[in-house]
Design a protein around this ligand. Structure first.
Ligand code: NAD
Length: 298
């Protein structure tokens, strides 16, 4: 069994991005610029935005954090996004989810211009991804693909089972694993809560050469649900009580790691697997949008 070391890989990717930014700024170009919008004070969202801004600093990007109280109106947020769309010094705009209930997530995500849509959540980018056209891919599934590619894990003709069907992870993951590009052309099976309720989850997971789990259910995948030699990618991030820890909690994934790892060829740890890759891909997306906006080819 080999660990898929997302921490190390994301650090390598950040080094590559940093080197490219140095090269571009030395040639007289401005820095790539990411704007992160956070509405309200959800602690997890605040942590995510802070780590995205920190990652921007690490690679030499400019970043702007826009923090708003949770009583702002939807119209205000849409106007703000409109002016950022029109700003030639902004390359990527992300709105941290979830938003307060009175603000429509769909309206907000659709207000971000596709060419500034660093998260790849705009319907135009999703449509282009489905058609196999150049587009911005959502960072988490893109990070999983990058991991499979860099570890030279064969996907062509392999059975990939994806558990979870969210718009930000499970569904784009299935599209990318089945698409015709490096890390794709797998035979994909998509499972969700109803697969579990029907009692069929293990039937499908046992067929997986590559198993990607993105449900938010700790210990959903047990040792007897995985085929010998499988590659297991655990996207889940769950906080569970842990009195032995000074914080009082620990972070675990959706896979019972100790049971599953001995059966695997490859497995991601949590933390240190997919999470860091997500941030690295967000940076890569920003760099791509920047180069497109400035008309830089390489
Ligand atoms: P979501 O709640 O939007 O979707 C969960 C999906 O899992 C649904 O499709 C649901 O049907 C399915 N599901 C739930 N219970 C199930 C069960 N018992 N059996 C089978 N399927 C089940 O979640 P999401 O936004 O896709 O996130 C999933 C997990 O991934 C969460 O733990 C989240 O924190 C984590 N996440 C991690 C990263 C990262 O960078 N590592 C990024 C995004 C999300």
């Amino acid at each position: 069994m080999e660990l898929l070391d997302g921490k190390k890989l994301s650090s390598d990717l950040k080094d590559e991005i940093q080197a490219e930014v140095r090269h571009l700024t030395a040639a007289g170009h401005r820095k790539p610029h990411l704007v992160a919008i956070l509405v309200g004070n959800n602690p997890a969202s605040m942590t995510y935005v802070a780590s995205k801004v920190k990652a921007c600093n690490r690679v030499g990007f400019a970043s702007t954090e826009m923090l708003y109280p949770d009583d702002i109106t939807e119209a205000f947020l849409l106007r703000k996004i409109g002016s950022l769309n029109a700003d030639p010094d902004v390359d990527g705009i992300l709105v941290q989810l979830p938003l307060p209930a009175h603000i429509s997530e769909n309206k907000v995500l659709e207000a971000i211009a596709p060419e500034r849509d660093v998260d790849g959540f705009h319907p135009v980018n999703i449509g282009r991804m489905v058609k196999g056209l150049p587009s911005t891919w959502p960072a988490t599934p893109a990070g999983v693909l990058e991991m499979l590619i860099r570890y030279k894990i064969e996907t062509v003709g392999k059975v990939a089972v994806i558990i979870g069907k969210s718009n930000i992870v499970g569904t784009p993951m299935r599209i990318l694993l089945s698409g015709d590009h490096p890390g794709g052309n797998a035979t994909t099976i998509s499972c969700d809560i109803y697969t579990s309720k029907a009692g069929n989850l293990a039937h499908f997971t046992r067929q997986a050469d590559i198993l990607v789990v993105a449900t938010g259910v700790p210990n959903l995948i047990r040792g007897d649900m995985v085929k010998e030699g499988a590659t297991v990618v655990d996207v889940g991030i769950n906080r569970i009580e842990d009195k032995s820890n000074t914080k009082g909690y620990k972070i675990v994934g959706d896979v019972a790691f100790d049971e599953v790892a001995p059966k695997c060829s490859y497995i991601t740890p949590v933390p240190g697997g997919v999470g860091p890759m997500t941030i690295a891909m967000l940076l890569q997306n920003t760099l791509k949008l920047y180069k497109k906006q400035l008309g830089i080819d390489s």
